[in-house]
Design a binder for this molecule. Structure first.
Ligand SMILES: [Zn+2]
Length: 441
């Protein structure tokens, strides 16, 4: 009894030790901020519909740089796949590295095709004293405190923005800089105990990149995290369940001069169907937020013989997506009644599943991430992602992969920003996380 008491007391004492604070002694030779400022200078914008991976050759410039830096840090098994994925393995420093699971960290190298990432000119707003931030090279671009309440917590910090003409590239070069800095901290501080850590930097995340050929087995992680989230503390284990519906309308074309009672114009049926979405009862991206899903007719082509409408179906629950599918079919039935001479068929494909379906079987992933966050002095916030991630696709393939914060804000736009604290606290969280995995298994 006494022995058990002593043991649990010792354990409790041990659990409440700030791990990184006691273990991290030697500072990295290059800070997360300095690495970040180097990586964002490299233009890695990806492209839609390129028909190849990587979608743009310029992403390989960063891939090769990271390959060299990983090798210099002593990372093993470093290689770049033909799709441009950088893989590596940080060897554990435990007596038996096989006794703990290999944890993977993933960040993506590309930036969004939506906004230019050429000649990113980072502006460091040193010792931020509050107030809106006007970007110097386009004064209409203003980061307001009203829309960025997180700024209020960063008085005295250094805020990093672009100059108003490009995005910053915090999404996701923050993730890369934080992972690289973590690797260096681990290398310089062998007293920080950790198991094997698999590292991957991926191209083309923003354009639905090559996750179906991601070498899960060769990489070696049992569980993984994407480091691709937003503000400090944000942890996501939920993404959309996603389907895409393609509705094809078929008419009959003929010479318009002799078309009486022959021509059937499929455009009118497609337009009628489309207009049914413009109804307050139909949830759309522009009318929904938080946990409410939507249907989104995002692309259409109209022609006499063949018109096509493509619709995204998004919900956090499969049952919700099924309901949306029923709703669209009912709308299509109405259109068919109105246009009996137009043929119409609907095809629905599953894109990806809400990763929660799988992650709920592995609660320790999020639990340890929350502990690592708290140890860094940051309050964890669970936030469902109204989208998909590389992690949702890996989770669907059997590698459980939630998403963790990078400190970044306003992704995919000219108002993107991060801060020194954002980069440093995220790095600290990663260092804590590998130790927790080594101790709790
Ligand atoms: Zn991202």
């Amino acid at each position: 009894m006494t022995k058990i008491l002593v043991t649990s007391f010792a354990l409790a004492f041990f659990l409440f030790q700030p791990l990184s604070a006691i273990a991290q002694k030697v500072q990295p030779t290059e800070s997360a901020m300095s690495r970040f400022l180097r990586y964002i200078k490299i233009d890695t914008q990806s492209a839609e519909e390129a028909g190849k991976w990587p979608s743009t050759e310029k992403q390989l410039v960063l891939a090769k740089l990271l390959e060299g830096e990983l090798k210099a840090l002593g990372v093993q098994k470093v290689r770049i796949s033909k799709e441009g994925i950088v893989y590596g393995m940080v060897a554990g420093n435990l007596a038996d590295n096989n006794a703990v699971p290999t944890i993977g960290f993933i960040a993506h190298m590309d930036t969004s095709p939506a906004v230019s990432g050429t000649n990113v000119n980072a502006i460091i707003h040193k010792n931020y004293q509050g107030g809106d931030i006007v970007l110097p090279n386009d004064k209409t671009q203003v980061i307001t405190v009203a829309q960025n309440p997180a700024l209020k917590e960063l008085i005295g910090d250094d805020i990093i923005t672009a100059d108003g003409t490009t995005l910053l590239g915090s999404d996701d070069k923050s993730g890369i800089a934080e992972i690289m800095t973590m690797i260096e901290i681990l290398k310089l501080n062998p007293s920080i105990k950790h198991g094997n850590i698999a590292i991957a930097f991926t191209p083309d995340e923003e354009v639905g990149g090559p996750m179906e050929v991601f070498d899960i087995e060769g990489w070696g992680a049992k569980y993984a995290y994407t480091i691709d989230g937003g503000e400090l503390g944000e942890i996501s284990d939920e993404t959309w369940t996603a389907k895409t519906a393609t509705i094809t309308f078929r008419g009959k074309s003929t010479h318009p001069g002799y078309a009486k009672d022959i021509l059937v114009n499929s455009s009118f049926a497609a337009a009628d169907f489309l207009s049914r979405f413009n109804d307050s009862k139909v949830p759309r991206p522009e009318t929904t937020e938080k946990r409410v899903g939507f249907v989104h007719p995002y692309n259409s082509s109209l022609d006499i013989e063949t018109s096509v409408v493509r619709v995204l179906l998004r919900n956090f629950d499969m049952s919700g997506v099924d309901e949306q599918e029923k709703m669209i079919r009912a709308m299509l039935d109405e259109t068919k009644k109105k246009f009996p001479h137009v043929g119409a068929e609907m095809e629905v494909k599953l894109g990806y599943l809400n990763m929660k379906e799988e992650l709920k079987n592995h609660p320790q992933l999020v639990e340890y991430a929350k502990q690592a966050t708290e140890l860094a002095g940051v309050t964890p916030k669970m936030k469902p992602i109204r989208g998909g991630t590389d992690g949702s696709r890996l989770t669907a393939r059997g590698l459980p992969t939630p998403n963790l914060f990078t400190g970044g804000h306003n992704f995919h736009g000219k108002l993107e920003w991060n801060s020194r604290k954002g980069l440093e606290k995220s790095t600290e969280m990663l260092v804590n996380l590998v130790q927790i995995w080594a101790e709790r298994k």
